[in-house]
Design a binder for this molecule. Structure first.
Ligand SMILES: C[S@@+](CC[C@H](N)C(=O)[O-])C[C@H]1O[C@@H](n2cnc3c(N)ncnc32)[C@H](O)[C@@H]1O
Length: 201
């Protein structure tokens, strides 16, 4: 899903530092919920709305998607959700060991070409960091419509210390601790099956 560049996005992000976190604040967080590649923010904001006792952070590297999320955050007045306009590879090292309760990877970019596989959010470099930052007993939950990415990712996880909790190639969206993303809504309308896997540390 291409997002048309919106020139207002970056100035808007600069005008609203309150929807984000400083590096120091990020390093102090404990037991929080992290979505990597949060797109236009529907999942992040809805999860925060229905779980007011939990703290959610989205990381998104695309400026237009981040600007759209920032606008939604400002309008929703949700205080338990924050957005980092950044590449996750630069954010993960700032997090303390065992500080994240759950990482959500929702419809991550598939990077189909072999030479690009290392950019996948489920590749080894990322998995190592997820393993470090997730709390013992915490989770990583990955949803995607892309079966190649899904199957490859299951293999990457086999070489990690994560334990498989649940895997399905036909996720119905019926978990109460979940909500649809923009991409998911579109794919479900097209009748495309959704794969989901849950791992535990
Ligand atoms: C296919 S979109 C899915 C967006 C959203 N999760 C959804 O399901 O609608 C993938 C998103 O991940 C973001 N992304 C990819 N790699 C990233 C990274 N390393 N750090 C932060 N965001 C990333 C992309 O910019 C894009 O917005």
């Amino acid at each position: 899903m291409r997002t048309k560049f919106k020139p207002w996005a970056e100035p808007y992000l600069n005008e609203h530092p309150e929807i984000s976190l400083t590096n120091e604040e990020l390093g102090e967080l404990k037991d929080f919920y992290l979505e990597i590649g949060s797109g236009k923010g529907d999942f992040l904001i809805n999860m925060a709305k229905v779980n007011p006792d939990k703290f959610f952070v989205g990381v998104e590297k695309n400026v237009t998607c981040s600007g759209i999320t920032a606008k939604k955050l400002v309008e929703s007045k949700e205080t338990n959700a924050k957005l980092l306009f950044a590449d996750a590879i630069n954010i993960l090292p700032l997090l303390k060991d065992g500080s994240v309760n759950t990482i959500f990877l929702n419809f991550s970019d598939p990077w189909p070409k072999k030479r690009h596989h290392k950019r996948r959010l489920t590749s080894d470099v990322f998995l190592k960091e997820y393993q470090r930052v997730i709390i013992k007993g915490g989770r990583l939950i990955f949803k995607t419509d892309n079966l190649d990415l899904f199957n490859d990712s299951l293999e990457y996880f086999q070489n990690s210390d994560f334990t498989l909790v649940n895997v399905t190639n036909n996720y119905q969206g019926d978990d109460i601790f979940d909500t649809q993303t923009e991409y998911e809504t579109k794919k479900r309308k097209e009748g495309i099956p959704i794969n989901r896997v849950i791992f535990e540390k």
